[in-house]
Ligand binder design. Structure first.
Ligand SMILES: CC(C)(COP(=O)(O)OP(=O)(O)OC[C@H]1O[C@@H](n2cnc3c(N)ncnc32)[C@H](O)[C@@H]1OP(=O)(O)O)[C@@H](O)C(=O)NCCC(=O)NCCS
Length: 168
């Protein structure tokens, strides 16, 4: 897996026009909008490129954000300082090209996102993601992400817990 794909920051050379992950909103975001968000520094975007063909096999975006403390699931909230919000990084979008199903690439992208957040020189207690549908929510929950209080499609995981997935 690690030698088949390179994960690297989005660049002009990445061909996005035919990206298809099975969700129209994610496809059109990646094809048409992501570069503007990157240019404005609303997000960073990382692309999985198939080394042999240079095709884009998947991508994810990260943005700084926060989560209201009263939406963090118990018992996680109990251990946190009483500040109104928890510093966190949002995985805004994540998709794997349908041609690359069955290679564990969704997991590879998620683990790369976790490592990127964990090694960034900016404090972030948690990673969270807005799942686009119930299937996407199930994907994140398979890795231990927990739904926020009153926001069942927003999934939350402390960075330290996430790191234990990546390096057990
Ligand atoms: C969600 C998505 C990224 C998963 O990618 P993938 O390459 O199929 O994922 P992997 O093969 O690496 O699967 C990793 C694990 O996640 C789980 N998983 C994947 N898709 C799942 C789903 N829809 N529901 C529940 N679990 C799921 C699998 O059980 C797998 O665990 P296993 O190895 O024990 O079987 C991909 O299906 C996709 O791009 N979907 C469309 C866009 C989308 O929903 N993005 C999510 C963010 S909004």
């Amino acid at each position: 897996m690690s030698v088949r794909f390179a994960i690297e920051p989005l660049a002009k050379a990445h061909k996005r026009a035919d990206f298809t992950c099975g969700n129209d909103r994610i496809d059109s975001y990646f094809r048409e909008t992501v570069s503007q968000d990157v240019k404005r520094k609303y997000a960073t975007c990382f692309v999985a490129r198939e080394i042999a063909t240079d095709r884009v096999a998947g991508f994810y975006t990260l943005s700084s954000s926060n989560v209201p403390l009263n939406e963090v699931p118990e018992p996680l909230a109990k251990k946190l300082p009483r500040y109104p919000t928890v510093p966190a990084v949002l995985i805004g979008w994540l998709g794997r090209h349908s041609d690359y199903a069955g290679h564990g690439l969704g997991e590879t992208l998620l683990f790369d996102a976790i490592k990127t957040v964990a090694t960034a020189p900016i404090g972030a207690h948690a990673i969270f993601a807005d799942a686009i549908n119930d299937g996407a929510a199930a994907f994140y929950m398979a890795f231990g992400f927990m739904p926020l209080v009153r926001r069942p499609r927003t999934l939350y995981l402390p960075v330290t817990t996430a790191l234990s997935l990546v390096s057990p």
